[in-house]
Design a binder for this molecule. Structure first.
Ligand SMILES: *Cc1c(COP(=O)(O)O)cnc(C)c1O
Length: 406
């Protein structure tokens, strides 16, 4: 008789994981408050403004600029910090497309480097090797909530006079040596898309401690306006990236849960490190002890198929889903995306610019991360200890019955 749920056996998970997004009467009240106020947009509004202040303060930043989404947060940050045609920005090959496409959008070139084999964050030795006279910025991603090596990145950027921008789309509330991520460089960007650690469906944020950067970020996000100047004066090139009051109101409430939720995701992550770390063939993303808190957009682990009867990652994922454990797909390598391989990228670049040699590079660790890891989404980490034991039980069950899947 079949044991695995994918073959008709009973699923490991009986109690459901928490539902995402989470909300209660406070979000409802906040939304109705916006409705009744008849102020639905950012410009004269108060809710998005308040949320910017609260989110920045939570991350120990002086300023927060709310924007339409996390992709726009990256674009606004790059534009405001002077990145443009002819410049190079170093990004990891292993990330969501936005990290690289936002660079292209400014007319600059994303230079791709591989990630570390232990934690899937950008490899700082490769970053140093990729620096050229055209390099302007380094744009690391805190993968799954785990910070890239911020000690080295701050040292490298200051030694070479480069701009550090942190893509914190996975890392709301993550801390490196006791300090929240997002202000180790000149700007940090966040996303509030539905799957992220707090959400209004869509939304984004840029935080900074730099007053001049704040002035430029705010101007770029609001059609090139400057505070205190006539509404129809536009000083620099910008666009409309403003977040609505609806989203600001919801996010203000979501933020009040972030601290407790981060604590829980972090603790459940460390429990999974223990439970999954004991299973032959499973290698959890390495937790660097300089991370005082991991916001954990996802719990990532590598699956050695030799220890699972040779089944493919695809089959492992399907089997986990059938057991009742949700999966969040890992990213394919950036350099493999059609926009880079087909020549479609050219529409954003100056004539005569033809990509970058790094796009033809080898990215062995990214390939391994992209095609051989399993991602447990953040909301599952909001479950209790029993839920974590059931995740491990599902993995053990697949291992013990892998022969059924051949
Ligand atoms: C989600 C995400 C973004 C983009 O955020 P959106 O709000 O979806 O535009 C950027 N970078 C990374 C690493 C992401 O995961």
């Amino acid at each position: 008789m079949a044991q695995l749920a994918i073959n008709g056996g009973a699923a490991t998970k009986t109690k459901p994981f928490p539902e995402w997004p989470m909300y209660d009467a406070r979000e409802r009240e906040a939304l109705l408050g916006v409705l009744d106020s008849r102020v639905w947009w950012r410009t004269p509004g108060t809710r998005t403004l308040q949320f910017e202040r609260d989110f920045a303060a939570y991350h120990q930043a002086k300023h927060g600029i709310a924007v339409t989404n996390g992709t726009h947060a990256l674009e606004v940050a790059l534009l405001a910090l002077g990145i443009g045609p002819g410049d190079e920005v170093i990004v990891p090959d292993y990330t969501f497309v936005a990290t690289a496409s936002s660079v292209l959008m400014t007319g600059a070139i994303p230079v791709l480097v591989d990630v570390r084999a232990d934690n899937y964050c950008i490899d700082c030795d490769l970053v140093e090797a990729a620096i050229s006279p055209r390099t302007k910025a380094i744009l690391p991603v805190h993968m799954g909530g785990h910070a890239a090596d911020l000690d080295r990145l701050t040292e490298i950027t200051s030694r070479h006079g480069l701009t550090l921008i942190e893509d914190c789309a996975h890392a709301h509330g993550s801390q490196w040596r006791g300090r929240p991520v997002g202000t180790f460089g000149r700007a940090g960007t966040f996303s509030f898309q539905q799957s992220k650690l707090m959400t209004a469906g869509e939304g984004g944020m840029i935080i900074t401690n730099d007053d001049e950067a704040e002035r430029l970020l705010r101007s770029v996000h609001d059609c090139g306006r400057l505070p205190g100047k006539w509404f129809y004066s536009h000083f620099i090139y910008g666009s409309n990236y403003r977040l609505s009051e609806w989203q600001g109101a919801v996010l203000g409430v979501q933020l009040t849960r972030l601290d407790e939720q981060t604590r829980r995701r972090h603790e459940n992550g460390r429990l999974l490190d223990r439970l999954l770390g004991e299973i032959p063939g499973i290698t959890p993303q390495l937790f660097d002890t300089r991370m005082t808190r991991n916001g954990h957009y996802a719990y990532i682990f590598h699956v050695d198929k030799a220890a699972f009867g040779g089944i493919s990652t695809e089959k492992f994922i399907a089997a986990m889903n059938a057991e009742g454990i949700p999966n969040q797909a890992a990213y394919p390598p950036v350099h493999d995306l059609d926009v880079f391989t087909s020549g479609a990228f050219r529409s954003r670049l100056c004539p005569g610019t033809d990509g970058h040699p790094s796009w033809q590079g080898e990215f062995p660790v990214t390939a391994r991360a992209a095609w051989e890891t399993y991602w447990v989404p953040q909301y599952a980490l909001l479950g209790d200890e029993q839920d974590m034991h059931e995740i491990a039980a599902a993995v053990r069950k697949i291992q013990a019955n892998a022969v059924e899947m051949r």
